[in-house]
Design a protein around this ligand. Structure first.
Ligand SMILES: Nc1ncnc2c1ncn2[C@@H]1O[C@H](COP(=O)(O)OP(=O)(O)OP(=O)(O)O)[C@@H](O)[C@H]1O
Ligand SMILES: [Mg+2]
Length: 217
């Protein structure tokens, strides 16, 4: 049987391969009970991603904000916009960027007049987050890392699931951490993400006594 420490290492190696584009998945979730090491694994993965040159958009859902619509999407879009304007390459990017990063992407939906979407429109569309991240990913591979998904607000959850179906190894990647689902949590976003056939899921189990004693020595 695979040991828990090996499982963590294998998940980490697979995720690193996905950053490099040499894995068949680009969405990965780590699930476990409180204190099992989810945030520690996510932190290690985001450090690796930064070292590999990925742009990392890192956010954490919180219980206090779980009833605020678009709380998580807003965090991610704010980070995306902070990153975007600093480079000439981004400004020179294709047609989606002709209005500059601060005005948001075109959504090209039926009835869209062709005007650039306002930040509010971006927030209130299920594809707004994906569109914004796709624009960044033309310039540089993007990793979206979201911890504590159990507290994700409902509209952001829809946007994340939409994004998860459009991740691309080596280009647009999504990592998440979550507690196991209970009735206390309003959202099923982590379950929805884990149900995607290409998501790499790690269900954390407690470390065995021998590993714990090795850690504390
Ligand atoms: N592989 C590891 N080696 C050493 N210490 C670890 C390891 N993984 C986790 N820890 C330690 O265990 C504690 C809990 O880890 P962490 O915060 O990552 O858990 P968590 O699953 O995110 O918890 P929560 O559900 O409360 O958010 C931390 O003090 C962390 O430093
Ligand atoms: Mg944590």
């Amino acid at each position: 049987m695979t040991r828990p420490v090996d499982e963590r290492g294998a998940w980490f190696d697979d995720v690193s391969a996905s950053f490099a584009g040499s894995a068949a998945f680009a969405t990965a979730i780590v699930e476990g009970e409180p204190g099992m090491g989810k945030s520690t694994l996510l932190d290690a993965a985001t450090r690796t991603a930064r070292r590999e040159g990925l742009l990392v958009l890192e956010a954490r859902c919180s219980e206090l904000e779980s009833t605020y619509d678009y709380a998580l999407a807003r965090q991610l879009l704010d980070l995306a916009r902070l990153e975007a304007p600093t480079t000439k390459e981004y400004q020179a990017q294709g047609p989606g960027c002709e209005h500059g990063p601060s005005t948001g992407p075109r959504l090209d939906r039926p009835g869209d007049s062709g005007k650039a979407a306002s930040p509010l429109e971006v927030l209130h569309s299920v594809d707004g987050l994906h569109t914004e991240i796709s624009r960044l990913a033309v310039w540089r591979p993007v990793l979206v890392a979201v911890d504590d998904l159990q507290w994700c607000d409902a509209p952001s959850a829809s946007a994340l699931v939409y994004l998860a179906r459009r991740t691309v190894p080596g280009r647009i990647l999504l990592l998440g951490g979550t507690l196991p689902h209970t009735t206390r949590h309003e959202t099923t976003v982590a379950d929805d993400l884990m149900a995607e056939p290409t998501t790499r899921v790690l269900h954390l189990r407690p470390l065995p006594a021998e590993s714990v004693s090795r850690l504390v020595q």
